[in-house]
Design a protein around this ligand. Structure first.
Ligand code: HEC
Length: 142
């Protein structure tokens, strides 16, 4: 008798934990995948297929580069480090006067601060999101 009540209680607890996890995954933008972030933040300019023909591309001085050919343009090796730094953008703002692409590191930091209620963990979540974006770009190379 008491053991079946125990099972029932742990079953309820498990259900509560699962629904809590599902709830926070939906509410928490920081767990987005690279592809979801790409569609949300990058496709406007770079296009749904990342070839540089998004609806916002036309107002820019330089067309957004085709992101499916980053490896091809670098002798077949995807330049992970420079692409990561470029997407984050915070390290190169002062030297890149004419940059038209938003500084995503700054943007993700603001979102991290809003999501986490403070500075704790910001850098980790920024790196995770930029890395996920880079992994997505690697997966669509031609
Ligand atoms: C407002 C339009 C715009 C948005 C939005 C945008 N980009 Fe860009 N992106 C550009 C432009 C324009 C360039 C060319 C360099 C420059 O002028 O800043 C570029 C360059 C790049 C490059 C360098 C490509 C190369 O050939 O070296 C990468 C990588 C990149 N973007 C990734 C992204 C990712 C990832 C996102 C979303 C998080 C994004 N971009 C969002 C406009 C945009």
């Amino acid at each position: 008798m008491s053991s079946s009540r125990g099972r029932l209680t742990s079953g309820i607890l498990l259900a509560a934990v699962i629904s809590l996890e599902i709830g926070s995954a939906c509410a928490d933008d920081l767990t987005r995948s690279g592809e979801a972030d790409f569609n949300m933040y990058c496709a406007d300019c770079h296009g749904d297929d990342a070839r540089g023909n998004g609806p916002r591309a036309f107002g820019l001085t330089a067309p957004p580069p085709d992101l499916t050919r980053l490896a091809e343009r670098h002798e077949g090796v995807f330049p992970r480090e420079s692409v990561t730094a470029l997407i984050d953008g915070r390290a190169s703002v002062s030297t890149h006067g004419s940059r038209e692409m938003p500084v995503w590191g700054k943007w993700f930091k603001i979102e991290a601060e809003e999501g986490l209620g403070g500075a704790e963990g910001d850098e980790g979540s920024i790196r995770k999101r930029v890395n996920a974006l880079v992994d997505y770009l690697i997966s669509i190379q031609e």
